[in-house]
Write a new protein. Structure first.
Length: 265
DNA sequence: ACGCTTCCCTGGAGGC
DNA sequence: TGCCTCCAGGGAAGCG
């Protein structure tokens, strides 16, 4: 479920594998992924060019081809990227493929069609038009700035963290992780947090996202005290408090938390 | 302003 | 073995 850390890992993966290689062709296998171009247009635009650089904002990835073709890649729930040479036995989910002269290819994979690729003018325009908030790991987002954006909001902490128009990059999984580590109940209203709790929430948000990027968002490498790899109701609290993980719908999403560590206030 | 529901989309799980 | 329903959660959109 690609959130900020996952998309950052995809970005680094593309940077390490696919930049500066001449594109021989682009194949759009499922046109539902192509949001604003048809099957052959991307091939016409990119043939003979190279992917020059990437950028990320929240859950959105931007790729520049040549000197003027910007793409926005969004992954929905099931999107991923793969750099491959061999054919795959089951390539059903390979929706858009960028072939390079070196016989390798970069594939946009997606099981469900909840993501997409879009040609855009540029990242800044896209972010503005979309109304996306500041990226959660942007150094310019410090405690003061976070307070301006979040403090005093009456909405629940979980939905506030997940609101892309406020801060971009946090989804269901990482909002649960941040709230678990900060010991805040997902239904706590932002304006119920005192200064210390808010500061803890802010620092925890940064720490969790950074750590997740460090371990390449790999659940099996997450610390034993994290709740993410143990998102099942009834499992013991990973902090070892003796209580059990609870599941509850919060603003339309499944929230997992420890009712003892994250007391509702 | 905020939360809730519905919709999109595909596959896995569990009930019968 | 199969049919049915629910659920996963990225979003958009509409309603109260």
């Amino acid at each position: 479920m690609p959130e900020l850390p996952d998309v950052e890992v995809y970005k680094q993966y593309i940077d390490a594998t696919s930049l500066h290689q001449k594109i021989s062709s682009v194949s759009v296998r499922d046109s539902r992924i192509a949001r604003n171009f048809n099957g052959s247009q991307m091939d016409e635009w990119l043939k003979g060019k190279t992917l020059e650089k990437t950028a990320r904002h929240g859950k959105h990835l931007f790729i520049l081809a040549g000197d003027d073709v910007w793409m926005m890649w969004h992954f929905g729930m099931t999107g991923a990227v793969r750099y491959l040479k061999k054919e795959r036995k089951n390539a059903d989910y390979e929706r858009v493929t960028f072939y390079f002269d070196n016989k390798y290819r970069l594939s946009y994979d997606a099981r469900r069609m909840l993501g997409g690729i879009q040609r855009i003018e540029g990242p800044e325009d896209f972010i503005r038009e979309k109304g996306l908030g500041i990226d959660a790991l942007d150094p310019a987002l410090d405690l003061d700035r976070a307070r301006e954006l979040l403090a005093g909001k009456r909405a629940m902490a979980k939905s506030t963290l997940m609101k892309q128009e406020t801060i971009a990059g946090i989804g269901n999984i990482y909002s649960d992780e941040i709230l678990f580590q900060a010991r805040i109940h997902p239904e706590t209203s932002m304006d119920h947090l005192d200064a210390k709790e808010f500061s803890t929430l802010f620092k925890t948000m940064k720490a969790v996202l950074k750590k997740a990027v460090d371990i390449r968002a790999e659940p099996s490498d997450m610390p034993a005290t994290w709740i993410t790899p143990r998102r099942q109701p009834g499992k013991p609290c990973p902090r070892g408090c003796g209580s059990r993980i609870q599941k509850k719908k919060v603003s339309g999403r499944s929230a997992y938390f420890c009712p003892a560590c994250q007391e509702k206030k």
